[in-house]
Design a protein. Structure first.
Length: 272
């Protein structure tokens, strides 16, 4: 039985730490001995740039190339377009060409399943696949949610970010009802947390008391730090850039929560 876990990292609100979470969770999982594929499903290519690719738009083979080949019923080798990063993760990169894929998908048969078809060909090479989604619910994000086993929701503790969670949850439920009934919610990860402010404390407390009744809110909170932006600019994970810092420590703890959660679910499935 294939034990690969595919997680879509998504939030319809931008600037909440999706890419930072995908990079650092992926590297943390790899450092723990897992085989990890990171998939950049955002035309802005932030994930690709954060892993050291300086000119994404100059790349010939990206996720757009892969999806177009799938649509055209073409074939490709299993490592087609994959970049092997020095921090131990594999990357399927993106660039601006992906922005045209939304329109192509509109006129494609079984358009929601293109990314799932690709992952079906490579997923058994990995323990975890993390998909970094764009901040909208277009066809690319739908493809990610159809391909995923679960959804991880990074959320900044401010009014606008938490206000959008109900909209996102509604979108996830619609995908579950129509095209991916097995899709689960991995949980909500609080990011860019400034624990010194009363506003952040109040929002976090309210979120845990309300949403947390039905959806897991991870115990780990990722603190706000300028080192995160600096690590992305340098094309490194926080573990390579600032290994002894508070953000690296937090993502290490978060990785353990994710893997323990996966084990608990696996045991529950076995019992059922």
């Amino acid at each position: 039985m294939n034990k690969t876990k595919v997680i879509a990292v998504t939030n319809q609100k931008g600037g909440v730490g999706k890419t930072t979470t995908a990079v650092n969770l992926g590297v943390a999982l790899a450092r723990a001995g897992n085989r990890v594929l990171l998939v950049d499903a955002d035309p802005q290519a932030s994930l690709t740039a954060s892993l050291g690719v300086r000119e994404p738009d100059q790349m010939d083979i990206t996720i757009a190339s892969v999806m177009k080949t799938i649509i055209d019923d073409g074939t490709f080798p299993s490592d087609y377009g994959i970049i092997h990063n020095k921090e131990g993760v594999d990357l399927l990169p993106a660039n601006i060409e992906l922005s045209g894929m939304e329109q192509i998908l509109v006129n494609t048969m079984s358009r929601e399943y293109v990314l799932k078809e690709y992952l079906s060909q490579v997923r058994d090479r990995y323990d975890y696949v993390l998909i970094d989604c764009m901040p909208s619910l277009g066809m690319l994000t739908i493809n990610a949610l159809v391909a995923a086993d679960s959804v991880l929701i990074p959320c900044q503790p401010n009014y606008l970010s938490t206000k959008g969670i109900n909209l996102l949850l509604g979108s996830i439920m619609r995908v579950r009802r129509t095209v991916n009934p097995k899709l689960q919610i991995e949980g909500i990860l609080l990011t860019m947390v400034d624990s010194r402010t009363k506003n952040a404390k109040d929002i976090i407390s309210s979120l845990r008391e309300t949403v947390g009744q039905n959806i897991r809110v991870f115990e780990t909170e990722i603190p706000r730090s300028v080192r995160v932006a600096e690590s992305s600019l340098s094309g490194q994970s926080i573990f390579a850039f600032d290994p002894s810092g508070k953000v690296a420590t937090s993502y290490g703890q978060f990785m353990k929560e994710v893997t323990e959660h996966a084990k608990d679910r696996s045991r529950s499935d076995c019992v059922r």
